[in-house]
Design a protein around this ligand. Structure first.
Ligand SMILES: [Zn+2]
Ligand SMILES: [Zn+2]
Length: 349
């Protein structure tokens, strides 16, 4: 897209403070979906430079990305928020759990993720994506192992709806609006090659990110958009605050934790992002869980390390002599799957 094809129509109306530079920035924001300050700097610099050239002609010096300040950025973000809020679109921000960079995203405040995905994906793909998100927050998120992500092989196993779901729900038996059962009845599932494509496009669209170990998890932007939907869908509002819930928040920053550290006490809900720990412990005399007082060893993990730090996973890795898995891991034997199953067997003995 071009930043320069907007016309200059400042008419001094109520939008006077909102000019072409804001419109150009909104365009850039819309095309990307999310942005960090670092990513915004060259974009705003280009917009400012065009604006200066139009005002001052060739003698304009132009703006360098490094000259764009955090204040410039925040003032544009806040102007955009004011303009988009009547459209039920807000700019919200969240800190990336690993990089600690602040990410700003346009969030549609009324529609759910399924509605948003519907513009780019068909019903089969959406049903598959729902199963993947379910696996992240239900199947692979238990008090014993809060993995909250899955690898390509595990995603591939979700390519069709579970059999019993088809058998247990006759197509005629519908609930109030009939939507859920009808949809399940009519869907066949995806082929392995399609699974790989959908996972790849979910990364491209900014919903999933893929780690170097090959695990897919929700991006910071997805957590921003889906925060309430995840809490409503996976947490039980009737449990008391000390009971284990699927979606938990960082004790320090209060944002969702899908990657971080957990209390060593299995049923305790205290979680911390890795990067939030330093500030959190600095103000405390000892490293003990603030709720259950158990020693905080920093070796109990949420996220892919819940799998990759297990003995079973590391042993499997050594045995297969396998380095980092590549994108084409869909369909190959999954170390993560084995490690999780091994952990379960170990548990039952
Ligand atoms: Zn945090
Ligand atoms: Zn605890």
């Amino acid at each position: 897209m071009s930043d320069s094809d907007h016309d200059r129509d400042n008419d001094g109306g109520p939008e006077a403070y909102y000019n072409d530079t804001h419109r150009a920035f909104l365009q850039a924001f819309l095309s990307r979906g999310s942005m960090t300050f670092r990513e915004a700097q060259p974009i705003l610099a280009a917009i400012f430079t065009i604006d200066e050239k139009q005002e001052e002609g060739d003698k304009a010096k132009g703006t360098e990305p490094a000259d764009v300040t955090q204040e410039d950025f925040e003032s544009y973000v806040s102007a955009l928020s004011t303009m988009t809020s009547p459209l039920d679109i807000e700019i919200r921000s969240i800190t990336h759990q690993v990089s600690k960079e602040r990410i700003y995203a346009l969030v549609n405040t009324t529609s759910d993720p399924v509605t948003q995905l519907a513009t780019l994906h068909n019903a089969e793909e959406i049903a598959f994506i729902r199963r993947v998100i379910d696996a992240m927050f239900d199947k692979y998120n238990t008090p014993r192992m809060e993995v909250m992500c899955l690898d390509g092989m595990q995603a591939n196993k979700l390519r069709s709806a579970p059999r019993n779901e088809d058998e247990d729900v006759p197509p005629q038996e519908e609930d109030g609006n009939g939507a859920a059962t009808q949809t399940i009845g009519g869907l066949k599932g995806l082929r392995s090659s399609e699974v790989e494509n959908v996972m790849h496009s979910m990364v491209e669209e900014g919903w999933f990110e893929r780690s170097r170990e090959g695990f897919y998890s929700l991006t910071a932007r997805a957590l921003l958009e889906l925060r309430q939907w995840l809490v409503d869908g996976y947490n039980d509002p009737d449990l008391n605050p000390n009971e284990w819930q699927r979606i938990k928040f960082c004790e320090a920053c209060r944002e969702i934790v899908t990657v971080g550290q957990r209390c060593a006490e299995r049923d305790c809900c205290v979680r911390l992002h890795d990067g939030c720990g330093d500030g959190f412990w600095r103000s405390r005399k000892e490293r003990k869980c603030p709720r259950c007082s158990r020693d905080w060893d920093g070796k109990h993990f949420v996220g892919e390390r819940a799998v990759t730090e297990t003995e079973a996973y590391m042993r499997g890795r050594r045995r297969s002599g396998k380095g980092r898995s590549s994108r084409g891991d869909v369909g190959r034997s999954s170390l993560a799957g084995q490690a999780i199953e091994y952990g379960e067997e170990e548990e039952e003995v």
